[in-house]
Design a protein around this ligand. Structure first.
Ligand code: AP5
Ligand code: MG
Length: 195
């Protein structure tokens, strides 16, 4: 069973590639950004609180997103053919909480795929998306804040999975098909026996 974390900065292509991966492998897609935007659309208290952070380009507090993810994983653990986590975990505390949850449920993370895209390309993509997405955080000022937040709090999460040899870095520049092929070649690689 595949349980994948799709990792990378804002605009790296996590949502784009998630859509393709869920079709190929029948995975359940858990995007904390999408879950939070759904809360905002439904005018919930949680949504109103999260919106303040999201509009400022800051991370929403850990306990909020960890609670949302735990709830969804527990709900779907027996029906899902595997999970794809998109935009989660984004802090070391979130990674530790996910690790504990998956260990308790006996469904370990199999891969962290990290999409590598330089900052100028991220900004270009998100400004472009902002013209039609209706996402209030796709303005230049907020995009730059989101990328800074990634550099300060999120990038180090990759080290956590590197330690367990689960991290796979993928060049995120190229066509969407090329990047998809790079990702699937990691997911379908036969594990090498060690020692
Ligand atoms: P979230 O919704 O997760 O947004 P993000 O990480 O900022 O990433 P994006 O969704 O903007 O980019 P993406 O990597 O999905 O790229 P996409 O495929 O869309 O989070 C939003 C906010 O919610 C956060 O700022 C935070 O406040 C809060 N939040 C969410 N999760 C949280 C958590 N765990 N903890 C705390 N707070 C949390 O692609 C981008 C664009 O590029 C698209 O237009 C696409 O068409 C285009 N594109 C994709 N691939 C290519 C390509 N190969 N070539 C050219 N263009 C491409
Ligand atoms: Mg996304």
């Amino acid at each position: 069973m595949l349980n994948i974390i799709l990792f990378g900065p804002p605009g790296a292509g996590k949502g784009t590639q998630s859509e393709r991966l869920i079709k190929r492998y029948g995975l359940v897609h858990l995007s904390t950004g999408d879950l939070l935007r759904a809360q905002i659309a439904q005018h919930t208290v949680l949504g109103a609180e999260a919106k303040k952070y999201m509009d400022a380009g800051q991370l929403v507090p850990d306990e909020v997103v960890i609670g949302m993810i735990e709830h969804r994983v527990r709900d779907e653990q027996h029906t899902a053919g595997g999970f794809i986590f998109d935009g989660f975990p984004r802090t070391v505390a979130q990674a530790e909480a996910l690790d504990k949850l998956m260990e308790r449920l006996h469904i370990p993370i199999t891969h962290m795929i990290s999409l590598e895209v330089p900052k100028d390309e991220l900004i270009r993509r998100l400004l472009n998306r902002g013209e039609t997405s209706g996402r209030t955080d796709d303005s230049e000022e907020v995009i730059v804040k989101r990328i800074t937040e990634y550099e300060l709090k999120t990038r180090i999460v990759a080290d956590f999975y590197q330690r367990y040899n689960k991290l796979r870095a993928v060049n995120g520049i190229g066509t969407m098909d090329e990047i998809f092929d790079r990702i699937t070649s990691h997911l379908e690689a036969v594990p090498t026996t060690q020692g």
